[in-house]
Ligand binder design. Structure first.
Ligand code: SF4
Length: 355
């Protein structure tokens, strides 16, 4: 099934994850991973449900032992989005996770011992219609492909994935997703371009070990945006050292800015300058928080001054611009109201609610 020509996301093989389809469509699915041990069911359920409310299409949980695998059953009862079980090395945990309702598993078939083990996993995945993600990370490349005496290359990530894909295909299994994640942005971009030219399967994009929030947002955007704009990538995870809820919000904002997540609010805020006499940052954060909570798909501008603000934000549906201790509210570039600074947020919200 190789040398298929470049597959953009509408042309990749659609695979089912519970009631979702990954690949073969223009929608890019959003996912994150729980950062609590999976056997702590109540906490994991709470985190999954919070992420689902924010817009996660599905969530991944790590399966380190039997308790984690068995916990999936109870987690499934108390959540509504599909669950992916992440397993390293132990094929029996993959089987147990599927028995307990995992909708997808992440396991590399080349890392789970003899082919008999792989056959058992594949047989159950076929029976239960569970797809398998092959996840290749730059830090754990197959030694026969890259020995780490030099910097890894994009082709090393693809070759490593190929090895695992070949095993599944030889067993007649094609419900495959692939991720090629490097901590190096350029190599990750290149690897995924090569992968889109090599495999017909949906691609999961992410930059691994992207770091804490500010760093990850830049690094992940640098790595993912070029690919997404080229039509590559069927699902994304913005890896942030920290709260998975931040990953979901970041993924939505990135996809929205690339016109891949419609019906979502757009907020613009001026960078502020010496003319600013109000707290633009605080107001902008409150407005974004409100817009995302009500998920109102309008374009709102929060600007620092009346002189340039409305003119600079002509594309906004509604906006607010600061003066000295007061704000004006404008629609397009026409001022409709003047309010003291302390009433700015409430007045803007009441104007938005009329829209
Ligand atoms: S809108 Fe006004 S305060 Fe904001 S950057 Fe422009 S000139 Fe400066």
């Amino acid at each position: 099934m190789y040398n298929v020509g470049m597959k953009t996301r509408t042309e990749t093989r659609g695979i089912k994850i519970g009631n979702l389809t990954l690949g073969g469509q223009s929608r890019v699915l959003i996912q994150s991973m729980c950062n609590i041990k999976t056997e702590k069911v109540d906490l994991v359920v709470e985190q999954i449900n919070e992420c689902a409310t924010l817009g996660a299409d599905y969530m991944r949980v790590s399966v380190m032992d039997e308790a984690d695998a068995k916990a999936i059953k109870e987690i499934k009862k108390q959540t509504t989005i599909p669950i992916v079980a992440d397993i390293h090395f132990d094929y029996r945990l993959a089987m147990l996770a599927m028995e307990n309702g995992a909708n997808k598993i992440r396991i590399n078939p080349g890392n789970i011992g003899p082919i008999e083990n792989v056959k058992k996993v594949v047989a159950m995945a076929k029976e239960k219609h569970v797809p398998i993600r092959i996840g290749v990370n730059s830090g754990s490349l197959d030694k026969s492909i890259h020995d780490y005496s030099t910097q890894y290359k994009a082709q090393d990530l693809v070759n490593s994935a190929k090895k695992h894909v070949n095993i599944l295909e030889s067993l007649g299994f094609y419900d495959i997703a692939i991720s090629l994640k490097g901590s190096n942005v350029r190599e990750t971009i290149e690897a995924n371009r090569l992968a889109a030219n090599t495999f017909p399967y949906p691609l999961h994009l992410g930059i691994t070990e992207a770091g804490f929030k500010d760093l990850s947002l830049i690094r992940s955007t640098a790595g993912l945006a070029p690919l997404l704009l080229e039509g590559i990538g069927d699902t994304i995870r913005i890896s942030i050292s920290g709260d998975p809820r931040d990953e979901i919000i970041a993924a939505k904002r990135l996809l929205h800015d690339l016109d891949l997540y419609p019906n979502y609010p757009t907020l613009v805020a001026c960078p502020t300058c010496g003319r600013t006499q109000v707290d633009v940052l605080k107001l902008a954060e409150k407005v974004m928080d409100y817009l995302e909570k009500v998920n109102k798909p309008i374009h709102v501008a929060v600007m620092g001054c009346v002189v340039n603000g409305p003119g600079e934000a002509k594309n906004a549906d509604i906006g607010i611009a600061g003066g000295k201790g007061e704000y004006v509210i404008f629609r397009k570039d026409k001022i409709i109201k003047k309010v003291p600074e302390e009433l700015a947020f409430e007045t803007l919200v009441s104007e938005i609610e009329k829209m």
